[in-house]
Ligand binder design. Structure first.
Ligand code: GLY
Length: 370
């Protein structure tokens, strides 16, 4: 029960291996890539405690030695200080141009380690071994790497494709239900943006998938990665279509900024709420039927996820304040907000032509206490 998705970029093609136990392929696959027989692993302290021994055993079985640096868990690790620490550590490990760096963790580690690999000796190869659902379906695929700046999230970075992705779905079993469902927000996003049949399937199988059904998990991760690979192949550096992957993100980034990127709102939770708002906005603009946002919200509700802005604990700015935060999003082009809207489930498109008042109206209604 494993699957392979191939990302076919000229000169930078790679495989994504998906399924329970693919972590055990790490040694054989990395040994087959050449370079020194010593592998440097960047991870976080939580993942190291749970899974590092399994990874290092797999490497050692293939005759590879390894050393790991475990960084603090959490978004705050995507910063200059931890990047410097990681790069200096890789240099102290004598990583050379032909060697492989492993990113072993969730989105934070994948982004940071990928960026460290991008700038070390002007670029060394790296392997993504994502351990969260969000990282398996989104951040480990497609080569976006980077860190945060005090001026905003992901503002410093580079495109640097991994040489291999090993998405071991058995590792998802150690996620908290909240973290799992946050990653599921990104899975739902794929159905909503481009595959209505996948969304239908998620409506039926989502609860079993969340409860641990491994076949369903593999299928969901595989379809998500295939959709992302197709988009990245068309538009690696986000000149066009890749922005479709940002469905829900304009709202999400404002909500994340309003909650201080804290535990009040996880990124995937914000994506789910943002997708519901993007469909609401699309319906109000007459682009899709009013039933579509209702269906999106019903599925998120069935899954026990946050659906509405009101589900976020604590105080939030008013609608005008949230709109102001949207204006600081890096997807603003020439001062115009860029939205991903939809003509229906599975039919998203990119537009900068959204009346400010319509966005304000959606936010005002979403914030209204019922
Ligand atoms: N997470 C959006 C992208 O990779 O483009």
């Amino acid at each position: 029960m494993t699957a392979t998705v191939h990302v076919d970029l000229p000169g930078r093609a790679y495989d994504i291996e998906i399924g329970p136990g693919v972590l055990d392929q790490a040694g054989r696959r990395i040994a087959g890539m050449g370079g020194r027989r010593h592998v440097c692993i960047l991870t976080d302290a939580n993942v190291a405690g749970l899974h590092l021994a399994q990874l290092q055993a797999a490497l050692s079985e293939a005759g590879l030695t390894s050393e790991a640096l475990a960084l603090p868990p959490g978004e705050a690790t995507k910063c200059w200080a931890q990047l410097e620490r990681s790069v200096e550590w890789l240099l102290s490990q004598k990583v050379e141009r032909g060697d492989i760096v492993v990113a072993f963790g969730g989105g934070v580690i994948g982004d940071l380690a990928g960026f460290a690999a991008a700038i070390l000796r002007r670029g060394v190869r790296f392997v993504q071994i994502p351990t969260s659902l969000l990282a398996q379906v989104d951040s480990s695929v497609g080569g976006k790497t980077g860190i945060n700046s005090p001026a905003g999230k992901n503002l410093i970075g580079a495109f640097h494709q991994p040489s291999l992705v090993l998405a071991d779905t058995a590792l998802l079993g150690t996620l908290t239900p909240r973290d799992f469902l946050a990653g599921y927000g990104e899975v739902v996003k794929y159905g909503l943006l481009g595959d209505a049949a996948f969304f239908d399937w998620l409506e039926g199988e989502g609860p079993a998938l969340a409860a641990g059904d491994m076949d369903a998990r593999v299928r969901a991760v595989t379809r998500s990665c295939q959709m992302k690979a197709d988009i990245v192949q068309r538009d690696e550096t986000e000149q066009g279509d890749r922005a479709l992957l940002n469905l829900g993100h304009t709202f999400c980034h404002a909500l994340e900024a309003a909650t201080g990127y804290s535990d009040r709102l996880l990124h995937g939770e914000g994506v789910a709420i943002g997708c519901a708002l993007a469909f609401e906005l699309s319906a109000r603009l007459g682009l899709c039927s009013q039933e579509d946002p209702s269906r999106v919200r019903a599925h998120l509700r069935d899954m026990g996820m946050k659906v509405d802005i009101r589900d976020i604990p604590g105080d939030l700015p008013d609608a005008a304040g949230l709109l102001e935060l949207m204006g600081q999003d890096k997807k603003v082009l020439d001062g115009k907000l860029r939205f991903i809207l939809a003509q229906g489930i599975g039919a998203a498109f990119i537009t900068s032509d959204v009346p400010r008042d319509a966005v304000l109206g959606v936010l005002e209604d979403a914030l209204r206490v019922v």
